[in-house]
Design a protein around this ligand. Structure first.
Ligand code: Z5A
Length: 214
């Protein structure tokens, strides 16, 4: 592999993205591949600050801020995009330039599925609006971990944050949104069955990753 490679991980709550990224890290270590792990929202000073505002939590604990109460959906989208713009500039593009593999926990497809579809702003509008932010930083591969939100939410052990606390119907719409996106981008987005064991999900993921990095 001569150039950097950009992999994003998407899914509903408790789909297992963090667990999968941990397994892939170990696999890359065993192959002496250079990579970084990063996440959205967050990963820069601005992004981590915005994360607290958007999710109303800090280090996994609820914070008593009412800044994002009654947050307008368009404002919410803009906050995620602001975090992303800074993240691309400070972390993603420099890492790719240094030929690293970037493993990113959530990225633009989350904005389209959550704000575009579940919040009702519109999938195509969210894609159009965000395309200006992500130009030059489109993932090479997106692994979407698909799971019934009832099962995913039952796996989450920490206190639910502002978005996790939404209704089951909202979480179902997020899943529908990801499926629409996967249909639109079959080359980039690969659907993994996240109800399988962690080991099987990892093996399915590596099959996809290997096509690009071996
Ligand atoms: N959001 C948005 O709305 N718009 C945007 O543009 C962006 C994000 C970028 C970020 O929260 C929130 O922001 C998120 C979307 C929204 N929504 N919410 N809320 P986050 O980053 O803090 O949360 P998350 O991404 O949803 O992570 P998560 O809920 O912690 O899930 P996960 O990382 O996918 O799962 P995990 O931590 O690996 O696993 C969860 C549990 O399940 C854990 O106990 C594991 O041991 C277990 N697990 C994992 N895999 C398996 C398998 N295969 N079998 C059984 N058990 C498993």
């Amino acid at each position: 592999m001569k150039k950097g490679f950009f992999i994003t991980f998407e899914g509903g709550e408790g789909a297992g993205k963090t667990s999968l990224i941990d397994s892939i890290k170990k696999y890359f270590d065993s192959k002496n591949l250079e990579y970084i792990v990063t996440r959205e929202p967050g990963s820069t000073k601005l992004g981590e600050h915005l994360r607290e505002i958007i999710l109303q939590e800090k280090n996994g604990k609820k914070i008593s801020s009412n800044v994002s109460q009654n947050l307008d959906s368009k404002a919410e989208l803009c906050l995620f995009l602001a975090s992303r713009a800074q993240h691309i500039k400070e972390v993603i593009l420099p890492s790719l330039k240094h030929n690293k593999i970037v493993l990113c926990d959530r990225y633009n497809d989350s904005s389209v599925a959550y704000q575009g579809h579940a919040r009702g702003l519109g999938i195509d509008k969210a894609i159009d609006f965000s395309s200006f932010i992500i130009e030059g930083a489109v993932p090479d591969l997106t692994l979407y971990l698909d799971i019934d939100p009832k099962i995913g939410l039952s796996r989450v052990q920490s206190k639910l944050d502002r978005i996790e606390s939404e209704t089951l119907e909202f979480h179902q719409k997020i899943r529908d949104g990801f499926h629409i996106l996967a249909k639109k981008n079959p080359q980039r987005i690969k659907i993994l069955d996240a109800t399988k064991s962690k080991k099987s999900v990892f093996e399915d993921a590596i099959k996809q990753v290997s096509k690009f990095i071996d």
